[in-house]
Write a protein that binds this ligand. Structure first.
Ligand code: ACO
Length: 433
């Protein structure tokens, strides 16, 4: 049996044989299908890339039907249980888990690049008191590029690695300062004696105490949440990092673009929507009525369903367990009872079962962040910090792939044909809009 596809063009009666490799055909193989010599050739039309692979990638595997997520071949459940976020960032970028010496060096490098230039701290003062922390993070990432003009040398391995270390190291600092600015508290400088997550909690929560001691359970919980959010293959923001980076834009600006994508409510904002929904339900007794409303089309069960996962999101399983551990320390988030009841009813209801709607990563994460003391508008920032390592791995892989070029899709033009220019005096008068 040949690994080919035979296509007959009924416009011309000609038949073409196209190679099938990895379950795909190359879109440019269709270009030889023409009606005449000056025909451009056949294209595919795929709005939102619903059925188009835009790259070959060895970083992350998702099998949505089976509920599988792996980074570089390792099951997300194993990484969440046994690794640290810093190890996972190394894995995503290097392809292998670090040995002891590699991890020591990597941790040292990340820890010693956490400070940011004082001018950047001062530029934070230009934002209004109520500026959203995600808008500040996007701006600060772009601004960082002005401090490291050498970052433009994206094809130079050593320079590229230096910027990767800087970005992973500085994301918590920028994020924590975006928060401190919003609440009017003095900025806290990084503490090199603390872990990646311990230091982030220090920069967020420290007040007058001479030394901030992160609670070990909360520090580990944040580390696990960071592992779970580190990469998710060709999602909207990873695609933005790749597309912008394909113009050889420096990594700071490429990641500013990725963060901007994550800021959108369809991407990084669903856990906030879950909290609003749980508050609106208000009481366990109101859950059945709410579910009936969802089934009658009055709204969606937020935190349920996923474009790729048609099974329990493996990250949601880990987070559900984690929620109980965090609430042992912080006290139970009163919204948990409502969430558990929602899940229980939905998983046994035909409407949700038939449509393969299961809890996704956002169903429980918001409640944990809230219990830890983070305000809701910090949720997308908490997503962006760990996702930076995934974006950088995707960006680097794109640069090192000899098949990749500047990302430049085609279009189907639907506008006017060529027409004579209309002078102002002959244009129809319409009221100003
Ligand atoms: N509640 C109720 N019904 C739902 C839900 C939901 N959360 N999600 C999907 N459905 C229903 C749809 O109404 C549709 O029903 P129909 O066939 O009778 O018309 C069917 O299930 C298929 O839904 P689609 O919208 O086609 O599924 P799609 O893959 O496009 O949507 C999405 C995926 C956007 C995540 C959707 O499930 C949703 O809106 N969920 C709630 C928001 C959410 O939790 N988003 C976070 C995703 S995780 C992340 O981005 C990190």
């Amino acid at each position: 049996m040949a690994d080919t596809l035979t296509i007959t063009d009924n416009r011309t009666g000609k038949t073409y044989e196209i190679e099938i490799k990895d379950g795909t055909i190359r879109a440019d193989a269709l270009r030889k299908i023409k009606t005449s010599d000056d025909d451009f050739g056949l294209m595919t039309y795929d709005p939102a890339f619903m059925n188009t692979a835009s790259c070959r990638s060895a970083i992350t595997l998702i099998d949505g039907d089976k509920g599988i997520l792996r980074y570089r071949g390792y099951a997300i459940e194993d990484l969440a249980e046994q690794s640290s976020y810093i190890e996972v960032a190394y894995l995503l970028l290097h392809g292998e888990l670090p040995n002891e010496a590699q991890l020591r060096k990597w941790t040292h490098e990340i820890t010693h690049h956490t400070f940011v230039h004082e001018f950047l701290r001062k530029s934070m003062e230009g934002f209004r008191f109520d500026a959203h922390p995600m808008g500040k993070l996007v701006s600060m990432l772009g601004a960082l590029s002005t401090f490291y003009p050498e970052a433009k040398k994206v094809r130079d391995d050593k320079t590229r690695r230096e910027q990767i270390v800087r970005i992973i190291a500085k994301m918590p600092t920028l994020s924590a300062w975006a928060y401190r600015h919003a609440v009017g508290r003095p900025y806290v400088y990084p503490d090199n004696e603390l872990s990646y997550c311990g230091n982030f909690l220090n920069m967020i929560f420290r007040m007058a105490e001479p030394r901030f001691e992160p609670h070990p359970v909360l520090e580990r919980a944040l580390d696990i949440l960071f592992i779970l959010h580190a990469d998710h293959e060709q999602n909207c923001s990873a695609n933005a990092a790749r597309a912008v980076g394909s113009a050889e834009t420096d990594p700071y600006c490429s990641l500013a673009a990725a963060s901007a994508a994550l800021y959108g409510p369809l991407h990084g904002g669903a856990n906030e929507a879950v909290l609003h929904m749980l508050k609106q339900i208000g009481n366990v007794a109101n859950v059945p009525e709410f579910i009936t409303g969802v089934k009658n089309g009055s709204g969606r069960l937020m935190g349920f369903g996923h474009r790729v996962y048609k099974n329990y999101d493996p990250r949601a399983k880990v987070i559900k367990k984690l929620a109980h551990e965090v609430f042992e320390v912080t006290g139970r988030n009163p919204l948990l009872e409502i969430a558990l009841e929602l899940e229980n009813i939905a998983l046994n209801d035909d409407y949700f079962v038939k449509r393969k709607l299961y809890p996704n990563v956002d169903f429980y994460s918001g409640m944990i962040y809230q219990a830890m003391g983070f305000p809701v508008d910090m949720f997308p920032v908490l997503f962006a910090i760990p996702r930076a390592s995934g974006w950088l791995a995707q960006w680097q892989e794109m640069l090192q792939d000899p098949e990749q070029k500047i990302a430049r899709p085609r279009q189907i033009y639907t506008g006017a044909e060529l027409r004579p220019y209309v002078p102002m005096s002959e244009r129809a008068t319409k009221p100003a809009t």
